[in-house]
Structure formats: structure tokens, C-alpha cells
Design a binder for this molecule. Structure first.
Ligand SMILES: *Cc1c(COP(=O)(O)O)cnc(C)c1O
Length: 350
């Protein structure tokens, strides 16, 4: 199929800024993925699970009343209808299958909002793998139902007390575990971040969103969309969606980041308001001070309060191929209500 190498860099971004002890594991993962992604047996098993277990393809839904209101035909790619309620499961199942193929029976993961932890725990329960999930105690408090779900699925949730007790600290704790147990353990990173090959691996596993969307849009409209819009936390659903459209120069790609209180206050907009720096093993656009110290990110949304972003987005931004905008907590809540409510009800003072 493809002779394209698993990318280590995206322009200047990406790479592997990790302790020496992890390099052999990253090499092994790179080799395993470049083999598995072209292996018909692996593809068949993954595609079968995505279809029968996850429920793919997810619908592309024309939100007709919203479309009338905004004056454009707006389609929603319903990743919320994938099993466990988000796109995270596409990546978690792919990586869990890959771990099994590499002979690794212990899985670790980090989680912010809990969606990735639930997806990883689900994939491990499905395939009979041991699962440990690191989660900041502030996120455990905000997302208690997901903590309970992971427990039901047989995963061990390990509380992380450091720093702001959210996603950044959970990733750091997971990396420390991996350094210690790298021989037996695979680390399922939840977004298109981290050292190579993760950004390319996670993108490849999430590109199913864009491939389906492109086909569904063509079938529905007979032409490609003018704009493709996706939210960017670490950037996995966005890169998975954008990837199918990158060569289509007429399609505008727009990523929305967590603008928090606004760019003058606390936010999580690492592409719009960040600088080049290293976080969790990769060079990318990060929230950091002039000395390069990573800053605390803020978003109303658990999981979007992460001070970094996948390196491929930093490259797409620099190339001008994708445009990124910060959306504040207040704007996001207003849009959420507008999407949820029909116009007459909406005027009743929300
Ligand atoms: C995890 C998650 C995000 C952010 O992660 P990305 O890697 O940027 O996609 C956004 N929305 C939902 C529903 C999520 O679960």
C-alpha cells in the first residue's frame, strides 16, 4: 500500500525529546506500526472492530435548522455516536491491537476528561489486556462518572497529585511509568502528541474520521465542503479529519482551540498564543514563558486545559494550510446552547 515512512518530524516540529531508555521502545513501535498498517490481516481485524464494535461509519448529519439560521449547510460528523461517546476509541483500539501484536500485555494511559481513559479501558477489556490509567485528582473530581466507568471495565485509575492535578501532570506520570516498565508495557497516548512515532500513529488511526467525512460529504452534496472545522485539544480528531482534505486546496481547514477566559487571561490556545518549545517529548507550539517554562493552561472543559498541541498542527499553521482560532469558554457555551436548542425555545432567556 504506502511506502511513506512513519514521520518523525513535521517541518521543524515533532522529534523525540525523551530519556535515552525510551528510544528502543519508540523504534520498536515505529517498526511495528509501519508493518501493521500495511498488513492485510491487521487492517481486517481493526476495520472489523471499528465496524462491529465501535459502530463505524458514524453518520454525517445535516443540521438543517441550524443551517437555516447560519446561512450555510452545516453537517455534523457524529463521533459522539461512536462507542464510549467520542473519537478516542478509534485510537485506543488500534493501539491496543498493536500492543498485542508486539507482545505487550500491560497498557498504561493518561486521561484528562476521562474519555481517553474510558476508551483505553474499554479496548483493554475487549482484548484481555491489563490497564493502568493516570489521572489528575482535580480531573477525577470533575469527571467522577468516568472514573467509575474505568473501574467497572477493570482498569486501575492511579491518582496524580502533582501541579494543577490535571492532564499535563497525568501525562508526566504515565511517561515515568513507561520509563520504568518499558519492556512489558505499551503506553497508549490519547492524542496526536508525544515523541515520534505517536503523532503520526495517532493521526493514522484517526484519519478514518476524515476519510469517512470526505466520502459522505461527496455523496450528500456532490462536491467537497468549503470549510472543515474541528476542535483542537491535543489535536487528534482535528488532524484525523483534516488529513483527508489536505490536498484539496479549495477546502479551508479551521481548528478551534480553548480560548478560556480570553487570550489576555488564562487559556489553552497553544497554537494561537503559544511559542515553540518542548513538552512531553516533542517540539511543538506550547504555552511557555520567555525562559521556556511550561505555563498552566485553562479551559472550562476538562481535557482541553493542556499547554501543548500535536506537532503536525504547528506545521499546518506555519504553512498557512490550516487556520486556528481561539474560542473562549463563554463563546463555546453559547454555541453549545445554540446547537442544542431550537430557535423559539432559545429566546427564553438562556
Ligand atoms: C479528547 C477529546 C477532545 C480533544 O482531543 P483531541 O485530541 O484534540 O481530539 C475533544 N473532544 C472530545 C469529545 C474528546 O473526547
Amino acid at each position: 500500500m504506502s511506502a511513506i515512512a512513519v514521520e518523525e518530524r513535521f517541518g521543524p516540529y515533532g522529534g523525540r525529546y525523551v530519556p535515552e531508555v525510551l528510544i528502543p521502545a519508540l523504534d520498536e513501535l515505529t517498526a511495528a506500526w509501519s508493518e501493521a498498517r500495511d498488513d492485510a490481516g491487521f487492517r481486517e481485524e481493526l476495520d472489523g472492530l471499528l465496524h462491529d464494535y465501535v459502530g463505524r461509519p458514524t453518520p454525517l448529519y445535516l443540521a438543517s435548522r441550524l443551517s437555516e439560521r447560519v446561512g450555510h449547510r452545516v453537517y455534523l460528523k457524529r463521533e459522539d455516536l461512536a462507542h464510549t461517546g467520542a473519537h478516542k476509541i478509534n485510537n485506543a483500539i488500534g493501539q491496543a491491537l498493536l500492543a498485542r501484536r508486539m507482545g505487550k500485555e500491560r497498557i498504561i494511559a493518561e486521561t484528562g476528561a476521562g474519555q481517553h481513559g474510558v476508551a483505553a479501558a474499554t479496548a483493554c477489556a475487549l482484548l484481555g489486556l491489563e490497564c493502568v490509567v493516570y489521572m489528575g485528582t482535580e480531573d477525577m473530581r470533575r469527571q467522577a462518572p468516568n472514573v467509575e466507568r474505568m473501574g467497572l471495565l477493570g482498569a486501575e485509575v492511579r491518582p496524580v497529585e502533582a501541579g494543577a492535578r490535571t492532564l499535563k501532570e497525568a501525562v508526566s506520570a504515565a511517561i515515568r511509568d513507561w520509563v520504568t516498565n518499558v519492556g512489558t508495557t505499551h503506553y497508549i497516548i490519547g492524542s496526536a502528541v508525544g515523541p515520534a512515532p505517536y503523532p503520526a500513529l495517532v493521526r493514522d488511526l484517526q484519519r478514518v474520521i476524515g476519510d469517512e467525512s470526505r466520502e459522505q460529504a461527496l455523496a450528500a452534496e456532490g462536491e467537497l465542503p468549503a470549510r472543515v472545522i474541528a476542535c483542537v485539544g491535543g489535536g487528534s480528531n482535528a488532524i484525523g479529519t483534516f488529513y483527508a482534505f489536505i490536498e484539496d486546496q479549495g477546502v479551508e481547514l479551521i481548528g478551534t482551540e480553548a480560548g478560556g477566559e480570553g487570550l489576555d487571561g488564562h487559556h489553552g490556545a497553544s497554537l494561537v498564543a503559544g511559542r515553540t518549545g518542548v513538552l512531553h517529548g516533542a517540539l511543538s507550539s506550547v504555552l511557555a514563558d520567555a525562559e521556556g517554562q511550561i505555563l498552566e493552561a485553562h479551559s472550562l472543559s476538562a481535557g482541553l486545559d493542556y499547554p501543548g498541541v500535536g506537532p503536525e498542527h504547528a506545521q499546518l499553521r506555519d504553512l498557512g494550510r490550516a487556520r486556528y482560532e481561539a474560542v473562549t469558554d463563554a463563546e463555546a457555551l453559547r454555541a453549545f446552547r445554540e446547537l442544542a436548542l431550537s430557535p423559539p425555545t432559545q429566546s427564553r432567556g438562556f
